[in-house]
Design a protein around this ligand. Structure first.
Ligand code: AMP
Length: 528
């Protein structure tokens, strides 16, 4: 690296990666309030918190979210999680054009290198350091069979016929497990439910989570690549409509407690995956979509074959008049699904919850069934969905478990916060309660004691680390938005009377040390 380049590198300003951001005070206080309220409200409905890892096998999401969804096919952050990083690095080099060039210019024979590399890989597989998949086992077996004919001491040119075999093996063997940053958490919760044998607990098991998710989407307001969800899942038990309604009741209670106004609840039923229900509807939808194909955009055209239900999700302006005329699923539900949907609505009404029906609210995967819902909030522009949820009775089975009922939701926490801020509910008190303006050695000892007692009583206190003139200290207290300044000079300490200034009014009062704390506690009670 040249000096100039090295200097440029040193001067490089680091910035948060596109689509990610820092959450800073005072806003983080709002995040904490929103999360604290979730802990409190969800606990009153009997939910316990689960904290699952933020990376999982890619396959878990491919199965649970669907490999032909945008989330899985385009938006996941994936990497190979390997126990043998040195082999991974070597392989990258052997398969690169750099290596081909080195071999060419240096005149050495790549088959020798590859044979020794492949032998190391086989050794690592046998020691259990590579994924013990059937694919890897077959590759290793096949490779060993073929190379048993090679005498490794032979000259490189004799090895040449095996070059292709070696290349294939080196290219195909999995040195690690495909791993992904989670794009959502329902799959992880279902995995954990199975992994920890939660089927043997009293059913249903009610879990909630709070944490970051990762999707490589195009960043815009309300859409980030690292974003946060607050979600809940009910697993096991029955599919009684009261469960669906109670999950929604919990959500609406939460939104209310957190101060979100103007949220609208949309519901729908997408039936179940049977010929006399959703499957029949999808066939009909497909044939109707085929008729209007030329009027649809490329995404919807593609979805006619891959996932026709998702066409109903389209927000493309020019498609709307056509989509609105398509057949509606409510007219194609089987009797049980119809009855379930009617009962969910009744149960919502019993709980005094207002809803709007939206026949276009669908989920494109087979294991989703019956109830789907979405909540929108004001102040979010085009990304106004603040929560999505639904029933997914087939998911646990899809992940290798027994048939298990499931329903859940995920709230977009970033959007919830945005909406609260837009609605004027985002302000969180940020100033200090007390700024201690001290001058003099004796005063400093008293100041430390006062700070300790006040903090123990729950007040936020700023204790300047160095002595300041009182005028400067009071200016500082104002800048920090402190409510009170406690003025402590050597005189105050000698007298045993401490001065408290209320910064808003300028009023000053003198207190003996013990009375001061009592006075402040009293004031706090009055103001809360
Ligand atoms: P989903 O998991 O796609 O059903 O999304 C549930 C909720 O998460 C949505 O209603 C949004 O509020 C939120 N959400 C999804 N993707 C993002 C994103 N990229 N950035 C911010 N919030 C998101």
């Amino acid at each position: 690296m040249s000096d100039a380049t090295a200097k440029k590198e040193q001067r490089r300003k680091f910035q948060a990666i596109r689509g990610t951001r820092d959450l800073l005070p005072p806003e983080t206080a709002l995040w904490n309030r929103v999360e604290q309220t979730a802990h409190e409200v969800f606990a009153t409905f009997g939910y316990g918190e689960i904290r699952s890892p933020i990376f999982e096998p890619t396959e878990l999401f491919a199965r649970a979210v669907g490999s032909d969804t945008d989330i899985v096919s385009k938006e996941m952050y994936t990497f190979e999680s390997s126990e043998v990083p040195n082999l991974v690095e070597l392989r990258t080099y052997y398969l690169s054009s750099d290596y081909a060039e080195d071999v060419f210019h240096g005149g050495s024979e790549d088959t020798v290198d590859l044979l020794s590399f492949a032998t190391n890989v086989v050794g690592a597989f046998k020691k259990g350091a590579l994924p013990q998949t059937s694919e890897n086992l077959a590759l290793v077996d096949d490779f060993l069979k073929k190379v048993s004919q090679i005498d490794a001491t032979q000259r490189a040119d004799v090895l040449k016929p095996f070059r292709e075999v070696l290349h294939n093996f080196v290219r195909s063997v999995h040195l690690g497990d495909p791993t992904a940053l989670r794009p959502e958490a329902t799959a992880s919760v279902c995995r954990a439910y199975l992994e920890h044998g939660m089927q043997s607990l009293p059913q249903p098991v009610k879990l909630y989570y709070i944490g970051p998710m990762f999707r490589r989407e195009r960043p815009q307001k309300g859409r980030y690549r690292q974003f946060y969800q607050i979600g809940a899942e009910v697993l096991g038990g029955t599919d009684a409509p009261a469960i669906d309604a109670e999950v929604i009741e919990m959500l609406m209670t939460y939104f209310d407690k957190v101060g979100l106004h103007g949220a609208t609840l949309y519901i729908n039923s997408i039936g179940h995956n049977a010929e006399n229900c959703r499957r029949g509807y999808v066939e009909k939808l497909k044939s109707e979509l085929a008729k209007i194909k030329d009027n649809l955009g490329p995404d919807s055209q593609r979805r006619i074959d891959t996932n026709p239900l998702r066409v109903l999700d389209s927000k493309l302006e020019s498609e709307q008049p056509y989509i609105e005329k398509l057949p509606r699923i409510a007219d194609h539900l089987c009797d049980e699904c119809k009855a379930h949907y009617a009962a969910v609505k009744r149960q919502l009404e019993l709980r005094g919850l207002l809803y709007q029906e939206n026949w276009r609210l669908v989920r494109g995967l087979d294991y989703y069934m019956r109830t789907t819902f979405e909540i929108t909030a004001p102040g979010l522009g085009s990304q106004n969905a603040v929560c999505g949820g639904g029933r997914y009775d087939g998911l646990v089975e899809l992940l290798g478990g027994p048939p298990t009922k499931g329903i859940g939701f995920a709230i977009g926490e970033d959007r919830l916060i945005l909406s609260l801020q837009e609605g004027g509910k985002g302000a969180v008190e940020q100033g200090r309660d007390v700024y201690i303006a001290w001058m003099g050695e004796h005063a400093y000892a008293a100041a430390i004691r006062a700070a300790k007692d006040l903090r123990n009583a729950g007040f936020s206190v700023e204790l300047p680390p160095v002595e300041q003139k009182f005028g400067k200290a009071l200016g500082q207290a104002d800048k920090l938005g402190a409510k009170y300044a406690l003025i402590l000079g050597d005189n105050e300490v000698a007298e045993g009377l401490w001065t408290l200034k209320t910064l808003l009014t300028g009023e000053q009062q003198k207190f003996p040390e013990p009375d001061l704390l009592e006075f402040l506690c009293q004031q706090k009670k009055v103001s809360s």
